[in-house]
Design a binder for this molecule. Structure first.
Ligand code: ADP
Ligand code: MG
Ligand code: MG
Length: 253
């Protein structure tokens, strides 16, 4: 099972002028095996939703619930969320100087599984994933995200997704800054993950481009901190043709 349920989620951040509410009641259910796309204009709160699910301390939950298979995600530490089966690929990945990709992946896998992966199969698994992501084997000896190109960062994220094998993946702007070849490699990686039994994906994006390669089951238009409209893939086609104007006007009333 892998059911992520977000109900009436309200989130604020502290600013110099006091708290501001960014998420204004987000409700969304990703059922077992479903891929949902959240699409919205810049500043609509998409990353705030991702960070809130991830447990980033800057984002204060003021209302609502998030559960994974009925377990209260909001009560979990960041580590517990990962162990429970949530995977977050962020828009701005952090650099970890001095920690190699190989060590980073092994440490993450050990933390999530509660035991170290067997060395022989692990090395094979890592090499296989790097190859599928079109990354050179020497990539595993580089420091995490240090001097990575935009494309390398995203490929590395999807390599993590493949190896860590979570229940639900939240991918924030996984398509940004990718050329068409890298986009296809990344999309193939996400699609391979989706083919596994019962995996959920929440794909957050500003552009419709990636949805040509990753076909969502449900599409949600996100405006001003909430879901403005939900539909099938045809909603993404409408956004591609007409942009967000219709939704922005409706939200401004
Ligand atoms: P999106 O990912 O859709 O572009 P964000 O979630 O990054 O949107 O931001 C939503 C709104 O919240 C923006 O107006 C942004 O300026 C504001 N915001 C987000 N994080 C913070 C923060 N830590 N402090 C102040 N404002 C923030
Ligand atoms: Mg459904
Ligand atoms: Mg964002």
């Amino acid at each position: 099972m892998s059911k992520l349920e977000i109900k009436d989620l309200k989130v604020q951040v502290q600013t110099d002028d006091g708290p501001i509410e960014i998420l204004k009641g987000v409700t969304l259910t990703i059922d077992d095996g479903e891929t949902h796309a959240i699409m919205g204009p810049n500043g609509s709160g998409k990353s705030t939703l991702a960070y809130s699910i991830a447990g980033h301390p800057r984002y204060q939950i003021t209302g609502g619930t998030v559960t994974l298979d009925g377990e209260d995600v909001l009560q979990m530490s960041v580590d517990e969320r990962a162990r429970a089966g949530l995977f977050l690929a962020m828009q701005y990945p952090v650099e970890v100087p001095g920690v190699s990709v190989a060590n980073f992946l092994r440490t993450a896998k050990t933390a999530i599984d509660g035991e170290a992966p067997k060395l022989r199969t692990w090395v094979k698994d890592v090499n296989g994933v790097l190859e599928r992501m079109n990354l050179d084997p020497t990539f595993s000896q580089r420091s995490v995200n240090e001097g990575f190109s935009g494309g390398e960062k995203k490929r590395h994220e999807i390599a993590q997704l493949d190896l860590l094998d979570p229940k639900v993946a939240v991918l924030d702007e996984t398509d940004s800054g990718l050329d068409i070849d890298a986009l296809k490699v990344v999309a193939d990686g996400v699609n391979r993950f989706r083919e596994r039994e019962g995996k959920g994906v929440l794909l957050i994006t500003h552009y419709t481009r990636i949805l040509r390669y990753i076909k969502p089951d449900h599409v949600h238009v996100f405006v001003a901190g909430k879901v403005a409209e939900s539909g099938g893939p045809e909603l993404a086609d409408e956004l591609e043709a007409n942009g967000y104007d219709r939704f922005l006007k409706a939200a401004a009333v």
